[in-house]
Design a protein. Structure first.
Length: 265
């Protein structure tokens, strides 16, 4: 990718690192206005969308213990703040699951401007665990890893930052990642390259979509929804393109919640 390595999940984001991408000659909104351009779908490439299996390296858990994973950066309310989110610990799915205690792992982000020491520190106290419990015999229950959200504030607009997240007392910190803050909002000051995407799924085509997004160097990505399609699965992990066709007699619409964890990787 160039200068830096970003976690795949950084796609949520403030897509960063405009310096690291090659300019491909696509004009920005500042050069406009233009008539909208529609690019035809490459039908030779897109067939039936097939979900990545849990064995695919793109969705496998690669961290150990309580090291952070599924790290993402999201836009906050103002140009001088962002949210850093991540998961620690493993999900469980089965008949006898024991939710993790969110208080056992703290949420800390250390950060600083790119090229300077990471002397800033923010902490979160709103960690939580998500549970999906079914009231029907035979259906498997799910409990997530610990979900952390930490808000950074007082950031300089339009500036590249580096950060690490995790719990330094374990120690279990992430590698160094990067984000660029938004410009100050104004009539002539706004992110000039905004990508909008929805229904991403977790298929082989998703990788192609994400590659295209990155190649177009967006400053900001707006993800409008539908990301994991966990509702096309039974709780035992059996999936189908058409839930109602394949599983007409389930007592309730089942889901396979680990698909959410796969997506964040
Ligand atoms: Fe959808």
């Amino acid at each position: 990718m160039g200068l830096f390595t970003l976690p795949t999940v950084a796609l949520f984001i403030l897509l960063t690192l405009s310096l690291a991408f090659v300019h491909e000659g696509i004009p920005t909104t500042l050069d406009g206005p233009f008539k909208p351009v529609t690019v035809p779908l490459d039908k030779s490439f897109r067939g039936n969308a097939v979900d990545l299996p849990e064995t695919d390296p793109r969705v496998k858990r690669i961290v150990k213990g309580f090291k952070p994973e599924q790290i993402s950066v999201s836009l906050s309310g103002t140009h001088d703040s962002v949210w850093i989110s991540w998961i620690t610990g493993e999900f469980q799915i089965g008949d006898n699951i024991e939710p993790l205690d969110p208080k056992t792992v703290s949420g800390v982000v250390v950060y600083g401007r790119y090229g300077f020491p990471m002397t800033n520190r923010s902490t979160g106290n709103n960690s939580l665990v998500y549970n999906q419990l079914y009231q029907f015999e035979g259906l498997k229950n799910y409990t997530s890893g610990i979900i952390h959200h930490v808000r950074l504030a007082g950031l300089i607009p339009n500036t590249l930052y580096q950060y690490q997240c995790g719990d330094p007392s374990i120690p279990a910190m992430s590698r160094v990642s990067y984000f660029k803050t938004m410009p100050v909002s104004g009539p002539k000051s706004y992110p000039s390259r905004v990508a909008v995407v929805g229904d991403l799924g977790l298929t082989y085509n998703t990788t192609s979509t994400v590659d295209h997004l990155l190649a177009n160097r967006p400053d900001l990505l707006l993800l409008v929804g539908d990301v994991s399609y966990a509702d096309l699965y039974l709780t035992n992990g059996t999936g189908s393109d058409c839930y109602s066709c394949s599983f007409p007699h389930t007592p309730i619409q089942e889901t396979y919640q680990p698909r959410w964890d796969y997506w964040g990787r």
